[in-house]
Design a protein around this ligand. Structure first.
Ligand code: TTP
Ligand code: MG
Length: 372
């Protein structure tokens, strides 16, 4: 359209085309590649509750297992109660990092700009490549087929004019979903969706919004903006903007080493049992540490994040004197950092491990994971 005549045509002509790609049941999907005999069966990635102490939480579960109510973050003992026939397999983080590293370059090849945001998700800006929304949908379908055919795993894709809406859209028809939200349809699309689907709206914000009568994004969109600002400060602008389809955050290519790498887990049930907490922390260390090797990184700072049952959240970190890739210092430092939080008395809701002060051990132009 050379001379857009109406506001709507202008909106359509200038809108960005953003994809959010999220792998389906990612850790479980990686396991199924190694164990095709488990396909079609309920599979849980987590310690086997019938062996050893049966502690720990579900990292993820196949959609067959989710039919029984099994969810990430749930104690494995509860998952077992929900489905006695489920197969349990302990996590193999090296496999997940390796698979992510193989799949991401395929996803990236469809993008003008690419931003990986986790082990199994990425944003793509395809505005220049696609040019129109029909082609954007086709590109997303081609991307899904390429991921499936080349790597034997499936993903769900959301296509929308903003990151926030693309992220909501990718989650809507999981697994193996494709949801396209064209400009002009954003507010109608968002209106019936629960407000906690907006990234960053956690349980606490959700509860506060509910007391204001805000359950859906549509409720949020018609709520007086100034009143929301008084209650939520700067955060209100972001949420309110998202509800109206406004979110200018670009898809950002990143060429340096990552600022940090980490992982966190929310306990399905808050706990103050040091052994349960420590088991999960060790799992997080096992998950984060292989990424150093994969990315050619060394670290100097080890950090933890602890959120208590009342949502009070703390971070603490310790720096080593030298850069290293070793695992032991991560274990030692997290154990030391955790000690005081375990003595607090309150139950813990979320725990995270993060490595920062990262650099490439040998100078290299780009990160392999991010740029294939
Ligand atoms: P998600 O993308 O949230 O979940 P998923 O890929 O397993 O399932 P889906 O996207 O289809 O809903 O997380 C990606 C991986 O991160 C997941 O496979 C396992 C890990 N993970 C945890 O270890 N703990 C958690 O609490 C969650 C939510 C995920
Ligand atoms: Mg996923």
């Amino acid at each position: 359209m050379l001379f857009p005549s109406s506001a709507m045509e202008r909106l359509v002509a200038t809108a960005r085309m953003i994809l959010h790609v999220d792998m389906d049941a990612f850790y479980a999907a990686c396991e199924l590649k190694e164990h095709p005999e488990w396909r079609g069966l309920p599979l849980v990635v987590g310690a086997d509750p019938r062996q050893g102490r049966g502690r720990g939480v579900v990292l993820t579960a196949t959609y067959e297992a989710r039919k029984f109510g099994i969810r990430s973050g749930m104690p494995v003992s509860q998952a077992y109660r929900l489905c006695k026939d489920a197969t349990f397999t302990p996590p193999n983080f090296g496999l997940y990092v390796r698979t992510s590293r193989e799949v991401m370059p395929t996803i990236r090849s469809f993008a003008d700009a690419f931003e990986q945001v986790g082990i199994d998700e990425a944003f793509l800006d395809v505005t220049a490549k696609a040019r129109d929304w029909t082609r954007a949908r086709d590109l997303a379908a081609e991307l899904k087929a390429a991921v499936r055919d080349r790597h034997g795993v499936t993903c769900s894709v959301g296509v929308a004019p903003t990151k926030a809406v693309a992220k909501i859209a990718s989650d809507l028809q999981k697994p193996d979903g494709l949801t396209v939200v064209e400009p002009g349809h954003v507010e109608a699309f968002l209106a019936p969706i629960p407000v906690n689907r907006i990234q960053g709206v956690g349980r606490k914000t959700n509860e506060r919004l509910e007391t204001l009568g805000i359950r859906t994004i549509g409720d949020l969109a018609v709520f007086p903006r100034e009143q929301l600002k008084d209650l939520f400060g700067g955060w209100a602008d972001y949420m309110w903007g998202v509800s109206h389809g406004v979110d200018d955050r670009p898809v950002q290519e990143w060429t340096g080493p990552p600022k940090s790498i980490g992982s966190e887990t929310t306990f399905d049930e808050d706990t103050r049992d040091p052994e349960v907490v420590w088991d999960v922390v060790q799992g997080l260390v096992d998950e984060v540490h292989p990424q150093l090797e994969q990315e050619g990184l060394v670290y100097r700072t080890v950090g933890i994040k602890v959120r208590f049952e009342d949502f009070e959240t703390h971070t603490a970190a310790r720096s080593l004197r030298v850069y290293t890739r070793d695992k032991e210092p991560i274990v030692e430092q997290t154990r030391a950092l955790l000690r005081e939080f375990l003595q607090d008395g309150r139950k813990i809701r979320l725990i995270g491990v993060r490595l920062s002060n990262l650099k490439y051990e040998k100078p290299r132009a780009v990160s392999l994971t991010r740029f294939g």
